[in-house]
Ligand binder design. Structure first.
Ligand code: ZN
Length: 107
């Protein structure tokens, strides 16, 4: 069994979110064992996420008067296109491909 840490090495400041009280707490922790060694500061914080609310495709759709539910679908379609541009969709069947088509062995 390893001897207990004496916390005499380096220390780092880390932030921790306390969901209940809604605070960000910054503490010093021992780099060797991760034990909290002292408080630095804390501040009130409650995240107010607006996931994808500023996606350009959705903003354009809303500016063009598309109803909100359809604007969300446009955002999703744009996100899926982004994923495909990154190569995640490589190997997927080409648009319109049918089972048994030549040239796409996955079907
Ligand atoms: Zn330690």
């Amino acid at each position: 069994m390893a001897p207990p840490c004496v916390h005499d090495g380096g220390h780092s400041a880390v932030g921790r979110y306390l969901r209940g009280p809604g605070r960000l707490r910054f503490v010093l922790v021992c780099d060797a064992c991760g034990a909290e060694r002292g408080d630095v500061d804390s501040l009130a914080y409650r995240p107010n996420p607006r996931p994808y609310a500023n996606h350009p495709a959705e903003l354009v759709a809303r500016a063009l008067g598309v109803e909100p539910a359809r604007a969300g679908r446009i955002r999703l379609a744009a996100l899926l296109c982004d994923i495909d541009a990154g190569g995640v969709g490589r190997g997927a069947p080409p648009p319109g491909a049918q089972r048994g088509d030549a040239g796409w062995p996955g079907l």
